[in-house]
Design a protein around this ligand. Structure first.
Ligand code: GLU
Length: 484
């Protein structure tokens, strides 16, 4: 049997980390078995589905490297197929039209509540006579299609993650609605129904999805049986939890993949981290691996039943590992859009590719997130700098101005600035003014960057020198400090 699995997101929001992690597990399982990974967009909820969310989902999956082999299929384009399937169950006598009104359902619920019973439909229209149906229709009542659920049924399956699962038919809330009212008499299909029709039609062999779908699985198994179809295997993956052990939600900050992208995570790191959210590799100390590497060893026997806590520190650490291992060329490509988004003007003449790569090389090893580059490189873009309070204090220290004047004097001699000559200039100033190296370095850094901390000073100086910005900044610092 060839493996066929799917991810079936609903475009009612951006690609959520939980859905993306489910997609990761599906992808890994498909690749491990040389199977097929299918993308299906579940957009039957017309009111809440939006095209921009579909785009966000497709972009997010592509960005993460979760390439699909078939699809995207859109449920909204398959309505006829669902209608035929509804008709099939009506013909078999396994589904029926239910004319119970919303008010009648409310009354029923109130009664059940008063008795302390769980709310459920009482199957009152399961065996209507044609005359009764005609009477309801004459009253102008609309209907839904319900599928019969036998209260006495026990539903069992062997879950690939959770082992033996047992559900009782009576706990499923009575005969279930599979299609809503529609003029054609067949109705608009609902989630549990459309999913089964699609999974049958697409020959899905394993349904891998979040454990919040367990109750749906029990219902869906009954639908497969009603169609006389082979029931696929099921794997219910653990939820992603916040640090307090509750389901990760919007309140925990970002939850969609595009947010993580904006925050400066690389797709390789994010997908690596997501793989570890509930699964562990054979060598449990291994933390860095590619999707392909994880696929080689992926299996449900190493997926946890317990929820997976989301750990920002770990994600940050993994991200930094990927950034630090990235060739400068590639890292520069990733930083350019981030600099541009921050409003830094990348002037092709001044900020030549080679210069940008030097700047990347200077800060790369200090980055945890790509976006950290924005603050770290601020003094390298734009002609002017802002003096941070520590830098103004530093520039007012005795000796600072003299340092700057001395450096300017030496630079005015026109000697080319190289790493060696820069070191030499610092030594000359130390000697002439009898100052400690720290004082000279701090004065210089404050003057050229407006900050007291930052990347390697000599390299920073060289980069600014290439733009012709070092001397004007030294001069400016001398003038500015008089007015601090
Ligand atoms: N559209 C459902 C969801 O986004 C799919 C669930 C499933 O995989 O069956 O949760």
């Amino acid at each position: 049997m060839t493996v066929r699995v799917r991810i079936a997101p609903s475009p009612t929001g951006s690609l959520h980390i939980g859905t993306a992690r489910t997609a990761v597990f599906n992808w890994l399982f498909a690749r491990h078995h040389g199977g097929t990974f299918i993308l299906r967009i579940e957009d039957t909820d017309e009111e809440r589905s939006r095209a921009e969310f579909t785009d966000n989902i497709l972009d997010g999956l592509r960005w993460l490297g979760l390439t699909w082999d078939e699809g995207p299929f859109f449920q909204s384009q398959r309505l006829d197929i669902y209608k035929q399937a509804v008709q099939k169950l009506l013909d078999k006598g396994l589904a029926y039209r239910c004319y119970t009104t919303a008010e009648e359902l409310d009354t029923l619920r109130e009664l059940q509540k008063a008795k302390g019973d769980a709310p459920r439909y009482d199957n009152r229209h399961r065996n209507l006579t044609p005359q009764q149906e005609a009477a309801f229709q004459a009253e102008g009542r609309s209907f839904v299609i319900r599928f019969q659920i036998d209260d006495g049924r026990e539903i069992r399956w062997h879950d690939l993650v959770r082992g033996e699962m047992v559900w009782q038919g009576r706990d499923l809330g009575g005969d279930m609605v599979i299609a809503r009212a529609a003029e054609d008499g067949v109705g608009q299909p609902l989630y549990n129904f459309a999913v089964v029709v699609d999974d049958m039609d697409m020959d899905i062999t394993q349904v891998i999805r979040g454990e919040d779908h367990i109750a749906n699985t029990a219902k869906q198994i009954l639908l497969y049986e009603a169609f006389g179809a082979k029931v696929p295997e099921f794997a219910h993956t653990p939820l992603i939890l916040n640090q307090e052990g509750r389901k990760l939600s919007k309140r925990d900050g970002v939850t969609s993949i595009s947010d993580f992208q904006q925050m400066g995570f690389t797709p390789e790191a994010l997908v690596n981290y997501m793989t570890l959210l509930g699964w562990s590799p054979v060598d449990s100390t291994q933390e860095i691996f590619s999707l392909a590497g994880a696929a080689q060893q992926f299996g449900f026997e190493r997926v946890n039943k317990a929820g997976a806590k989301f750990d920002w520190a770990k994600l940050d650490w993994i991200n930094s590992q990927y950034i630090h291992a990235m060739p400068v060329n590639k890292l520069t490509d990733m930083l350019i859009p981030i600099w541009e988004a921050a409003g830094y003007k990348l002037d092709g003449k001044r900020h030549e590719r080679a210069w940008l790569e030097q700047l990347t090389g200077l800060i790369g090893a200090s980055l945890t997130r790509l976006t950290d580059a924005v603050a770290m490189t601020k003094p390298f873009f734009g002609d002017t700098i802002e003096f941070q309070p520590e830098a103004t204090t530093q520039l007012q220290q005795p000796g600072s101005v003299t340092v700057l004047e001395e450096v300017l004097k030496i630079l005015a001699q026109g000697q080319e600035l190289t790493e060696a000559s820069a070191q030499d200039i610092i030594k000359q100033v130390m000697k002439a003014q009898n100052l400690k190296k720290g004082v000279v370095m701090k004065a210089l850094r404050s003057a050229i960057s407006g900050e007291v901390h930052g990347p390697d000073l000599i390299q920073s100086w060289l980069l600014l020198n290439q733009l012709g910005l070092d001397q004007p900044r030294l001069q400016n610092a001398i003038t500015a400090q008089a007015n601090f």
